[in-house]
Design a protein around this ligand. Structure first.
Ligand SMILES: *Cc1c(COP(=O)(O)O)cnc(C)c1O
Length: 495
């Protein structure tokens, strides 16, 4: 399988190389030329084995390699999870929650970022890269920690994470600034996530700076969800979940499974889209947003408008106004129309907005239901779900649950829907606890303890152990000084 640029289909690469050279030169993203087709029989049989094996069967099709070779990577990737099935599927009334947060950092980002370093190491070897890989990542909270854990002490790599200074939850900040390992660093950026993401994108586009780094023995790569090496392993959990539900008799083999995803940068839901195109048996894909409802407006009107007030919400990992991976959906759904993608992305860069052609806008409106929930509705979803089902939601998954209620109220779904659950509620304990009790507890650890007492669940060890770890990374920089932060990090690494 080949990948091509969304803005120039003659520019191609292979999936392995794309994990290291994560963006095409000249802008755009790597997109799949055509998707391999899953064999449905195999998939259900495969799902009876280990997750690592099932994921390897899917990934081997995407990376054009043997299942055995891929299974070496997936076996190494999926060792640090607290459940043998890697993901759990929990009933919630007639629906199912796909718990994707059982990895070391308690967010779904681990599903991809525990895998990425292994495939990147393979790629660097295949490409005979002499330079060390320097991962630069902008995070809205969870990618940063997951990237730091994934790449920690991996030979030949180092990671620098930029996070919005006042834009992440206290526990997310704590997880990052206490990170251990000899090849990692973290820097706060003055601004919001879009500022940090734009800063990183500018660095990637700066050829002179790349040359400067190459002279020092480093090549830049990204661990953001625009990296194909992150998207690919995310496809697997949708294939796996649908197959498990069929195997368990919860779904007929011919029944499609609708999916709702709490969305930020559009990576997770795009993986569901790819899984569906591959024949995984998925139905309608429903996009859930928080008060930053740019995607809701886009799917219902065909207009993407990032020029709007930025809201800090209790689902900070979704506080995003420029959803990078949407470009890949535009590419696929416009019939791989590179000129059309270029037109829209130029417009976005110049004016902060773009509009779909009317026929495509109409198609999007009917094909992709989209809803948003503000903080009040999100808190209500947490409370109602606990009261009715004794099931505890985190603030991001609660956006999806609230959105699903709106979808149902519109009369749109009567079969079970798969709800992608993206984080442990304990990561966002002050907000979850306040949603349940109305009581404000500012200290994140104290809130975790209260939440545990209130619900009878236990605080995950990955959180309780943070309490005593020293804060190691306290750098802050202006958006205009992010290159200097990279230079300082490289000097530090070379010491
Ligand atoms: C990253 C993240 C999201 C958004 O996922 P995208 O792939 O960026 O759409 C949602 N919830 C949580 C907890 C996250 O960490």
């Amino acid at each position: 399988m080949e990948l091509c640029s969304t803005r120039n289909t003659r520019q191609t690469t292979n999936p392995l190389w794309a994990t290291v050279d994560s963006m095409p030169s000249g802008g755009g993203l790597w997109a799949m030329e055509s998707l391999p087709r899953l064999k449905s029989q195999d998939q259900c049989e495969c799902a009876k084995g280990s997750y690592a094996h099932h994921a390897a069967t899917v990934l081997s099709m995407l990376f054009d390699c043997s299942v055995e070779a891929m299974q070496k990577l997936t076996t190494a990737a999926y060792t640090r999870f607290d459940t043998p099935e890697i993901t759990k599927i929990a009933p919630l009334g007639q629906d199912r929650v796909l718990e994707l947060f059982h990895g070391p950092t308690l967010a779904f980002k681990d599903m991809a970022l525990q895998f990425l370093p292994h495939v990147m190491a393979q790629a660097a070897q295949a490409m005979a890269r002499k330079e060390k890989i320097l991962i630069l990542t902008a995070t809205s909270g969870d990618t940063g920690k997951a990237a730091l854990e994934g790449f920690r002490d991996v030979p030949g790599t180092s990671v620098l994470v930029f996070y919005p200074k006042d834009g992440v939850a206290e526990m997310q900040r704590k997880q990052m600034v206490t990170q251990q390992g000899g090849n990692v660093s973290v820097c706060a950026v003055e601004g919001n996530f879009d500022d940090a993401q734009r800063g990183v994108k500018e660095i990637f586009a700066d050829e002179a700076f790349a040359q400067e780094l190459r002279a020092q023995g480093y090549c830049l790569s990204s661990a953001n969800s625009i990296n194909f090496g992150r998207l690919a392993p995310q496809i697997c959990y949708y294939v796996n979940a649908r197959a498990r539900l069929v195997n368990d008799g919860a779904l007929r083999p011919d029944q499609d499974l609708d999916v709702i995803v709490p969305t930020g940068n559009f990576g997770n839901i795009l993986a569901a889209y790819y899984a569906k195109q591959m024949g995984a048996g998925l139905g309608t894909l429903i996009c859930a947003s928080n008060a930053n409802d740019v995607l809701t407006e886009f799917f219902t009107t065909g207009n993407y408008n990032s020029r709007r007030p930025f809201h800090k919400t209790m689902s900070p990992s979704m506080d995003i106004l420029v959803s990078s991976n949407l470009e890949r959906l535009l590419f696929a759904e416009s019939g791989r129309n590179e000129a059309e993608v270029q037109r829209m992305m130029d417009s976005l860069a110049q004016t902060g907005q773009y509009a779909l052609q009317p026929d495509i806008a109409q198609k999007f409106k009917t094909k992709y239901p989209a809803y948003s929930c503000n903080d009040e509705e999100t808190a209500a979803a947490i409370r109602a779900t606990w009261e009715q089902h004794k099931y505890l939601l985190d603030t991001h998954t609660a956006v999806a649950v609230g959105a699903l209620a709106k979808h149902r109220a519109a009369g749109c779904a009567n079969s079970p829907v798969l709800i992608a659950s993206t984080a442990s509620p304990f990561k966002f304990a002050p907000d979850v606890y306040r949603a349940l009790t109305g009581v404000q507890v500012d200290d994140a650890f104290e809130a975790c303890q209260r939440l545990a007492d209130h619900t009878g669940q236990s605080v995950p060890q990955a959180i309780s152990e943070l309490r005593t770890l020293p804060e190691r990374h306290n750098a802050v920089c202006a958006r205009s000084r992010m290159r200097d932060a990279v230079r300082a990090f490289v000097r530090e690494m070379d010491k």
